[in-house]
Design a protein around this ligand. Structure first.
Ligand code: SF4
Length: 462
């Protein structure tokens, strides 16, 4: 489906809007309360941006330090340039461990590299242990949000899904009963996994530790019991030290869920040591580039600050109408509209940077101050330079630019256009416009005022 078709489908789904409004409305309110109670938010986010910029500028040195310290702690470190290389490394480790079943803790990088499909293709049973990812797996769908992958589902839909899929489903459709049903289903599957696979929120360079955050404790339950723990992490996740990670964690939790800290924040440094009561026998860390070095070198370094909090999408007027699936890529919302063209190519994703009003709300809430509107405009300019826009749009804008440089002609054109448009208006609105049905099919167009802004300004109207 094209972007326009996906948007159309989303706008015609009445339950989707209910689900998005419930989740993003709560997220906005909780974040606002958390930031209000955290008066140093502005200086804190400036410092967070500075930490990330420093790391991105010295990425090689910090990654080398992380590798050395992770190896000293007993982990094996692997490097993957592409998504396919990363998947091949993970599958190879699973096969060497004779793994039949893997438990996966939520990781957007795993989605980005296509790991769920790679595991299925290798005939390895995959158990998604994050509650929302579990819902998505049962529904055979893709995540629609980076923090709440099942945000597009109402609790009534989830109740039906559990009743149809769980071995011993809930008797009543209350949230506690549904959570208990998921726990019964997942716990057994988690504890019998041969391999646990996670992402990483941060890689700590000076200790070689990997940090994960969850609110359900599923990472700990799915990573500690299995024989092997595999981490897949984007190379931009490295930070110099624990001190820097904790600074970013304070912003991450508040921006994502409005909590002061996530329920479970765990640092894993190497596999089980002699004398340890639990832990995996092997720990592997797969460091994935997949276009990140190119982004840094081609003017998108600021995007590598992203700590995947989801605040930009919760506050985006476009995301709140169409949800995450309409974006088509792994990452939705404003950050996805910047990342997807970088990861999948601009030609196939050129509509995403245009799905934005440039109201600047995303930048305002971003805890690492990423200039998302500027980066989106950059993609629009590149798309124009590369001739990716349709001929009709290029000719139309070319004509507009030509007329705009001739004020008398432009004023005449404006007068004619206003007079023509007013003929279609009824009670202040235009319900149908010839040659512009793409606009009026979905919404009414306001009938223009009788005079242009400039004409009224000259008359002295205020
Ligand atoms: S771009 Fe900023 S607001 Fe959006 S997910 Fe990344 S860190 Fe959060």
């Amino acid at each position: 489906m094209s972007f326009a078709e996906r948007v159309d489908a989303a706008l015609h789904d009445p339950l989707l809007k209910t689900a998005i409004d419930r989740a993003t409305g709560t997220a906005q309110a909780k974040r606002a309360a958390a930031i209000a109670a955290f008066p140093s938010f502005e200086p804190a986010r400036r410092r967070a941006a500075a930490i990330k910029d420093h790391v991105i500028a010295n990425l090689g040195a910090y990654l080398a330090a992380f590798e050395a310290n992770a190896q000293a702690a007993g982990a094996a470190v692997h490097w993957a340039r592409t998504a396919d290389e990363a998947c091949a490394i993970v599958i190879d480790i699973c096969k060497k461990a004779d793994a039949k079943r893997v438990a996966r803790s939520k990781s957007m990088l795993g989605e980005e590299i296509g790991l769920p499909h790679a595991l299925e293709a290798a005939d390895i049973t995959r158990v998604e242990t994050d509650l929302a990812e579990h819902i998505i797996q049962l529904a055979h769908e893709r995540p629609s949000h980076i923090i709440w992958p099942a945000l597009h589902k109402t609790r009534e839909q989830v109740a039906d899904l559990f009743r149809a899929s769980h071995r011993s489903p809930q008797n009543e459709d209350t949230i506690p009963a549904m959570a208990a049903s998921a726990r019964r289903q997942l716990r057994e599957d988690m504890l019998s996994a041969d391999v646990g696979i996670s992402g990483a929120n941060f890689l700590i360079a000076d200790t070689g530790a990997v940090c994960t955050v969850t609110n359900e404790g599923n990472a700990e339950l799915s990573l500690v019991p299995p024989r092997v723990h595999i981490v897949t992490a984007g190379i931009e996740k490295v930070v110099p030290s624990m001190r820097h990670a904790t600074h970013l964690l304070r912003l991450l939790a508040r921006s994502a869920t409005g909590a002061a800290l996530t329920q479970y924040t765990t640092f894993y440094a190497g596999p089980r040591r002699p004398g340890d009561r639990e832990g995996p026998e092997e720990m592997h860390i797969v460091l994935v580039d997949n276009g990140r070095t190119r982004m840094r070198d081609e003017g998108l370094a600021e995007m590598l600050r992203c700590i995947r909090c989801g605040a930009c999408m919760n506050h985006c007027v476009v995301f709140r109408q169409i949800g995450g699936h309409a974006y088509g890529g792994t990452y939705p919302g404003p950050m996805g509209a910047v990342l997807t063209p970088a990861l999948d190519g601009l030609a196939g994703a050129k509509d995403l940077p245009n799905a934005c009003t440039l109201n600047g709300k995303c930048r305002e809430v971003c805890p690492v101050d990423i200039p998302l509107p500027t980066l989106l405009r950059g993609w629009r300019e590149k798309s124009w330079r590369e001739g990716l826009e349709p001929v009709t749009m290029r000719r139309g804008l070319g004509l507009w630019a030509w007329a705009a440089k001739r004020p008398a002609l432009y004023r005449l054109g404006t007068r004619v256009a206003i007079a023509a448009l007013r003929r279609f208006g009824r009670r202040g609105w235009i319900a149908r416009l010839p040659l512009a049905s793409g606009w009026t099919d979905g919404r009414d167009f306001p009938r223009p005022e009788a005079g242009s802004f400039m004409a009224r300004y000259r008359k002295g109207e205020r």
